[in-house]
Design a protein around this ligand. Structure first.
Ligand SMILES: *[C@@H]1O[C@H](CO)[C@@H](O)[C@H](O)[C@H]1NC(C)=O
Ligand SMILES: *[C@@H]1O[C@H](CO)[C@@H](O)[C@H](O)[C@H]1NC(C)=O
Ligand SMILES: *[C@@H]1O[C@H](CO)[C@@H](O)[C@H](O)[C@H]1NC(C)=O
Ligand SMILES: *[C@@H]1O[C@H](CO)[C@@H](O)[C@H](O)[C@H]1NC(C)=O
Ligand SMILES: *[C@@H]1O[C@H](CO)[C@@H](O)[C@H](O)[C@H]1NC(C)=O
Ligand SMILES: *[C@@H]1O[C@H](CO)[C@@H](O)[C@H](O)[C@H]1NC(C)=O
Ligand SMILES: *[C@@H]1O[C@H](CO)[C@@H](O)[C@H](O)[C@H]1NC(C)=O
Ligand SMILES: *[C@@H]1O[C@H](CO)[C@@H](O)[C@H](O)[C@H]1NC(C)=O
Ligand SMILES: *[C@@H]1O[C@H](CO)[C@@H](O)[C@H](O)[C@H]1NC(C)=O
Length: 422
């Protein structure tokens, strides 16, 4: 026993030295994403960086082998500009016990307090909401009043003085959209039904400002989580409404579905671009690897869709088109940065795409940052290494079950103005 601590200290010192010296960024030619030296072997159950080659000494094989162990994988110089010359991953917070998966969904930055609001994994229920204070790297659970208003919270979006949070409900309470004051923690239900019919399980929420009317439009996605086999003590049904993306506008007291299940099977993540011109919607989890993507009888797949926000009210999603698809798993959390780049939480990590061309610019590699992180291991996780993240000024905050990682970026990717009505 006596020898062990000394050995551990030595190993720790070596690890730190190695970490400080090594460059954690891999550059992989974009061409490798569509043209590889044969023979190659890759699977949708593993990330692209796990691809193996018949000729292991080829430059492509060596580049991808190296990328597997790196935290940042750049496919475009634009990604190098975002992360800078010497990006590092830091552990911002960790739960008291590695079985406690407090950091799963939500992930919204409140600029006024410099806090991230996020929610726990729902296996086991009950879920709960936590706040990470970025000034101090401390996590606490706010005392939301009235108590009981937030059964099994999931998605979160801060806008103009309120944190909108979706709840999956519990055995007593049907699901809702709740708005919380980030200073007083006072909460109010905003939407909990449609002409008396309960919501199934709103997953994500976001807010656009109409370019036509200047009014606020709240969008949320709704599907029946309870049938996924997790979240056992969330609202048990019956499921009465189709799976919609809904739009709520307070100025005219109107809740209406804007995207139906024939367009997107399981609407999940939602995000609006900085010009309020586009709404992005991800499809999952039914479309994910839980179902093989090679089962062509399935009506959907892990798509990321782009809509125009238009119509007379400026807040009607129109002209659906396929923007991208998740190579592994599905795209869960989604944010659009100030430059219109689209960031998604996929099984491979946080993927950054150009919002115009859809090109993958680079990936914050989940295999290295989360899965193979032996210094900060996890006991409980979903089939996905992560579900969501937050962008806070010049920082990426990755929610990884019992751990929260931060990466300081070389530019401000999102600013406080994005979260204000005027
Ligand atoms: C590809 O890799 C998978 C998983 O490692 C393995 O089962 C399979 O045999 C490989 N196929 C070829 C053609 O090497
Ligand atoms: C494997 O790749 C290396 C480096 O490109 C090359 O020199 C070698 O000829 C290749 N081997 C085969 C069997 O193709
Ligand atoms: C990746 O990491 C593993 C385990 O530390 C090591 O064995 C392997 O050599 C590394 N690969 C590269 C290309 O650095
Ligand atoms: C690390 O590698 C990346 C990609 O090759 C490069 O852009 C960056 O300048 C390197 N950083 C340092 C500090 O050498
Ligand atoms: C975590 O959960 C596993 C499985 O339930 C259990 O074996 C293990 O002891 C737990 N670890 C801690 C630190 O509680
Ligand atoms: C964090 O720091 C900022 C800037 O100094 C300050 O405005 C904010 O109030 C701080 N947040 C908290 C929770 O104290
Ligand atoms: C494909 O998906 C359909 C619909 O869920 C299912 O009925 C069928 O069994 C699946 N086929 C395979 C081969 O997994
Ligand atoms: C997206 O790609 C287009 C075409 O290459 C380029 O003009 C634009 O600057 C890119 N946008 C961003 C945010 O990088
Ligand atoms: C990283 O994780 C993958 C997938 O779980 C595993 O196959 C691989 O051996 C791990 N690599 C290292 C270096 O631990």
């Amino acid at each position: 026993m006596a020898a062990r601590p000394a050995l551990a200290l030595v190993l720790l010192a070596v690890t730190r030295l190695t970490t400080a010296q090594s460059n954690l960024t891999a550059q992989v030619p974009a061409q490798d994403t569509f043209l590889l030296p044969r023979p190659f072997n890759s699977s949708f159950n593993e990330p692209f960086v796990s691809t193996t080659f018949g000729n292991r000494t080829s430059s492509t094989s060596r580049a991808i082998d190296a990328a597997r162990n790196d935290s940042f994988v750049a496919y475009d110089d634009e990604f190098l500009r975002i992360i800078g010359d010497d990006p590092q991953v830091s552990l911002l917070a960790t739960s008291s016990n590695k079985n406690i998966s407090y950091a799963f969904e939500g992930g919204t930055w409140v600029p006024e307090t410099n806090q991230i609001w996020f929610t726990a994994y729902l296996d086991p229920t009950p879920g709960y909401l936590s706040v990470l204070d970025l000034n101090t790297s401390t996590v606490f659970r706010p005392n939301i009043t009235p108590s009981g208003i937030l059964p099994n919270p999931n998605g979160a979006y801060y806008f103009d003085g309120k944190v909108y949070v979706t709840t999956f409900g519990d055995l007593e309470t049907t699901p809702a959209i709740v708005a919380i004051d980030p200073f007083t923690y006072h909460a109010e239900e905003v939407v909990n039904s449609y002409f008396g019919l309960p919501l199934n399980g709103p997953d994500d929420v976001t807010v656009a400002v109409s370019r036509t009317t200047g009014q606020e439009c709240v969008f949320f996605s709704d599907f029946f989580l309870n049938e996924e086999g997790i979240g056992v003590a969330t609202y048990p049904g019956p499921s009465e409404l189709p799976y919609f993306v809904w739009r709520y506008t307070s100025h005219d007291q109107n809740l209406k579905p804007v995207i139906g299940p024939l367009d997107i099977q399981d609407p999940n993540g939602l995000a609006v671009d900085p010009t309020n011109s586009f709404l992005y919607v991800t499809d999952g989890p039914h479309s994910a690897v839980f179902q093989t993507p090679t089962n062509h009888t399935l009506p959907s797949f892990a798509g990321i869709y782009q809509y125009d926000l238009g119509g007379a009210d400026g807040c009607t999603p129109q002209n659906k088109r396929l923007f991208a698809f998740a190579r592994q798993g599905f795209a869960n959390g989604i944010k659009v940065d100030n430059a219109g780049r689209v960031w998604t939480a996929e099984y491979e990590g946080v993927v950054v795409r150009n919002g115009t061309t859809g090109k993958v610019l680079g990936i914050f590699n989940a295999l290295d940052i989360i899965i193979n992180n032996t210094e900060n291991p996890v006991d409980v996780r979903d089939v996905a290494p992560l579900a969501n993240f937050a962008l806070a000024g010049d920082e990426l905050v990755i929610l990884a079950f019992n751990r929260i990682f931060g990466v300081k970026l070389a530019e401000t990717v999102i600013d406080a103005k994005r979260f204000q009505l005027h």
